[in-house]
Design a protein around this ligand. Structure first.
Ligand SMILES: NC(=O)c1ccc[n+]([C@@H]2O[C@H](COP(=O)([O-])OP(=O)(O)OC[C@H]3O[C@@H](n4cnc5c(N)ncnc54)[C@H](O)[C@@H]3O)[C@@H](O)[C@H]2O)c1
Ligand SMILES: O=P(O)(O)OC[C@@H](O)[C@@H](O)[C@H](O)[C@H](O)CO
Length: 497
């Protein structure tokens, strides 16, 4: 077997691959998720449904991966590992649909601008993280480029409108994949705001509304990303060097809220993909965010402070695994509107996905921005539970307390690499530095955090008993350690489902 440094670098000169397809998709974002999910599906549609579509990727920020992507002529490998119909499956795909990457901040500016004039362009997809669909008041039409993603899109659409003289046949289908609620509506609203702010005229606004289709979408696939721990072994197995390998699970679901004619244009069903084009995606979103993402965010501080590093280790663990199972079954599912039996089947699948023995999903990679994640993923279940039961959901409250202790930034004396908004880190830093290790001190700290209305959009001290119960857990976790506290909370005997 060749040594890794003797392997050829992946590119179109070294490997015989399909001819570049016509560029019909413009993609904002070159991150792991889009490459392992959207582009992987587009590649399948090309190969199995004759879609004949290339993707040009635009880097939404000045720093990013398009240079690396271009060194590989847009090629990269997706490795999907997991269980499929009870069998362990591993699948390598050389994704060939990406034609090139452009960095609009550098010398690629004119190529980027010229994208607006491509007659064959039909779709825009994006994933710029939850932070990306945001209005930037400083953006101007003449910027090269606008700072925000919606600003870039608004300017590009306006150039297209001008170039094609408002031709209704040259509108685009825009499908954002950011994990924010009603992402398509949110993006459209900001684009319209720029149209107004930049005084682009009523004709442009009508063209935006009538010739273009903004879809809301929900994405689901766990993508741990670049396999840094085993890249040497993987490259040796692949037989080439690829700096953009991305690892994900087998499971995938893309729910697109949009018109039924989209099925004709996006032949996902012909490629056997799990894409649903629906009139209302709300039930899919709620169940995913509250069960899957909610479980991720709830287990992260508990598992990490317990000494566990991955989601797999957490769900395998007797105490932590049972804790998370009962949190989902007893405290989240009863708060959702869909039938419990259906939700329990979904939860079974989620837990099976978390067990995926082939993928190491580090909880620290989920921990980024945990405060806002708790607000969107866990707080709605907590509030609903309180309303229904007139009592607190014990496990969810414990997880909230664990989160506060996580933001102390120490595990067994070692620093935790916290990543959140500066304001969040500063507030926790100040409060923890003043903590004296007493229950009174824990109460003071907890009351301050629960009272941050800008974080939670309400004062959580108003929820009966929440401050006391959270403070008690904070005190115990800091004085006895996570292991002893959780073991005694659960009686170390919570049955596994
Ligand atoms: N990795 C997963 O398992 C997974 C699964 C489903 C959804 N997601 C969502 O996808 C998002 C991206 O995940 P990833 O794994 O691809 O991350 P990544 O770090 O590989 O890519 C992030 C991308 O977002 C862009 N970006 C970051 N901040 C931005 C901003 N303020 N404005 C514009 N662009 C910005 C970056 O330039 C980059 O293109 C996450 O926020 C997550 O919500 C991830
Ligand atoms: O990607 P984030 O950081 O928003 O959240 C971490 C995980 O909860 C998330 O990536 C899930 O794995 C994903 O949403 C599954 O589809």
């Amino acid at each position: 077997m060749k040594q890794v440094d003797e392997l050829d670098q992946l590119n179109r000169k070294s490997f015989i691959v399909t001819e570049p397809y016509p560029e019909r998709v413009l993609q904002f974002g070159e991150g792991n998720f889009l490459r392992a999910f959207v582009d992987w599906q587009f590649d399948k549609m090309n190969k199995l449904a004759d879609w004949n579509t290339g993707v040009v990727i635009v880097q939404p920020q000045a720093g990013g991966l398009v240079e690396k992507l271009n060194e590989q002529d847009g090629l990269y490998t997706v490795i999907l590992e997991g269980m499929k119909d009870g069998q362990a499956v591993k699948e390598h795909t050389l994704v060939e649909c990406v034609t090139r990457g452009l960095n609009p901040y550098g010398s690629d500016w004119s190529e980027y601008e010229a994208l607006s004039q491509k007659p064959e362009l039909r779709f825009v997809v994006s994933n710029t993280t939850e932070a990306g669909i945001a209005y930037g008041p400083e953006d101007r039409l003449e910027d090269r480029p606008q700072k925000s993603f919606p600003g870039k899109l608004a300017a590009l659409l306006y150039k297209r409108f001008q170039f094609f003289n408002g031709d209704p046949g040259k509108g685009l289908v825009i499908i954002p994949c950011e994990l924010i609620d009603r992402n398509g509506d949110a993006l459209k609203e900001i684009v319209l705001k720029y149209a107004d702010q930049w005084k682009l005229g009523a004709e442009f606004t009508s063209w935006l509304e009538e010739a273009n289709t903004f879809c809301n979408s929900l994405v689901d696939r766990i993508v741990p990303g670049y396999p840094k721990d085993r890249i040497t072994e993987i490259q040796a197995e692949l037989g080439y060097r690829d700096s953009l390998v991305v690892v994900g699970e087998q499971y995938h679901l893309w729910v697109i809220e949009g018109p039924q004619w989209l099925k004709e244009e996006l032949p996902a069903h012909l490629a056997g993909l799990n894409v649903l084009i629906v009139d209302d995606m709300a039930p899919y979103r709620t169940r995913k965010v509250r069960i899957l993402n909610g479980a991720h965010t709830a287990l992260t501080p508990v598992a990490y402070l317990y000494g566990l590093d991955t989601v797999g280790q957490a769900v395998e663990h007797d105490v932590v695994g049972a804790f998370i199972q009962s949190l989902i079954r007893e405290e989240v599912i009863p708060t959702l509107d869909s039938p419990a039996a259906e939700l329990n089947v979904y939860a079974d699948d989620v837990i099976e996905r978390f067990h995926n023995p082939y993928v190491s999903h580090y909880v620290m990679s989920i921990a980024l921005n945990s405060i806002s994640k708790f607000k969107t993923r866990n707080l709605p279940s907590l509030l609903q539970y309180v309303e229904q039961h007139k009592a607190l959901p014990v496990k969810t409250v414990f997880s909230l307390a664990s989160l506060f202790v996580f933001y102390r930034g120490k595990r067994d004396g070692d620093p935790i690499a916290l990543a959140d908004e500066a304001e969040v880190l500063t507030a926790f830093g100040e409060l923890w530095s003043g903590y004296d290790g007493t229950l009174a001190g824990a109460k003071q700290l907890t009351a301050q955090i629960l009272g941050k209305q800008t974080w939670w959009e309400q004062d959580l001290n108003q929820i009966a008993g929440l401050a006391e119960q959270t403070a008690q857990h904070v005190y115990e976790i800091t004085s006895r350690g996570m292991k002893e506290t959780l073991d005694s909370l659960t009686g170390n005997s919570v049955p596994r489902a």
